[in-house]
Design a protein around this ligand. Sequence first.
Ligand code: BJW
Length: 254
Amino acid sequence: MDIQTELTPLIHILRKTSRVTVLTGAGISAESGIPTFRGEEGLWKTYRAEELATLAAFIRNPKLVWEWYDWRRGIIGSKEYNAGHEVLSRWEKLFPTFHVITQNIDGLHQKAGSRNILELHGNIWKLRCTKEETVIEDHSTPLNEFPPHCLDCGALLRPHVVWFGESLDASILQSAFALSSSCEVMFVVGTSAVVQPAASLPIAAANAGATVVEVNPDPTPLTPYVDYSFRGKAGEILPVIDGKLSFSNPDEEK
Ligand code: BJW
């Protein structure tokens, strides 16, 4: 079935929908030039998560971990949001209740103008004191010091991100599950849906009766459970949905 035909029933649903939640992953930023984690060109092909994205790795070698994050800050800082981020920012004004839950730490949803955002895995522009837990925002690339230290107490600063084996912020996670189980439509955009607990959010939405829509060039473990699966890039599929939503009659405007 071509995308236009498959879209028609979804557009009818979206027209009557007031509560939409979107879960995004690295794939939505891929078209901005930010590497994803998994897949042929993903970061985990070249770098070992155990050596760079765990607390044990940071304790063992904070300088190495910070050099890797500084390199990624350099890449992310030089990139712009894309058409996929833009559509989601527009939808915040279109639907009465609209939230983005992102696994991304790149801040591109905010840059695109989205405001109702939950960052599940933190933000690469924030640094956290390992002693006092205070969080500061710092956009300098490169950082002034490797590893950086807290200006107040001198303790090591760490990236304010969630590494493997670490718990997500409890109130953010609680809100994410609440938004997932109370929405009428959930979009799942650009995530491999393998990392927990984020991957459970669309299942919570489906279990609560939401229509679940996946946008991804590749199938994921979630694909068998979704209602609509659009195989393609977020920056191409989301504008098509957005364009069709703005026509008065989705059956006529193809
Ligand atoms: C496009 C595209 C385009 C390409 N358009 N799409 C229960 C069961 C099993 C394991 C666990 C479990 N609970 C916890 C775990 C352990 C672990 C986990 O899930 N492991 C699995 C890998 C097996 N989870 C955790 O440790 C979490 N903590 C936790 O649960 O605490 C409690 C606990 C601890 C220990 C045991 C039990 C409970 C924390 C997870 C933290 C994840 N952190 C990272 C790094 C963040 C910081 C950083 O960036 O440096 O988060 S890892 C990495 O994966 C990053 C991402 O946010 C996350 C998800 O990746 P994402 O976004 O899906 O990206 P990709 O690359 O995987 O996929 C990209 C997709 O885009 C692909 O599908 C492409 O096809 C697609 N795509 N171009 C649209 N243009």
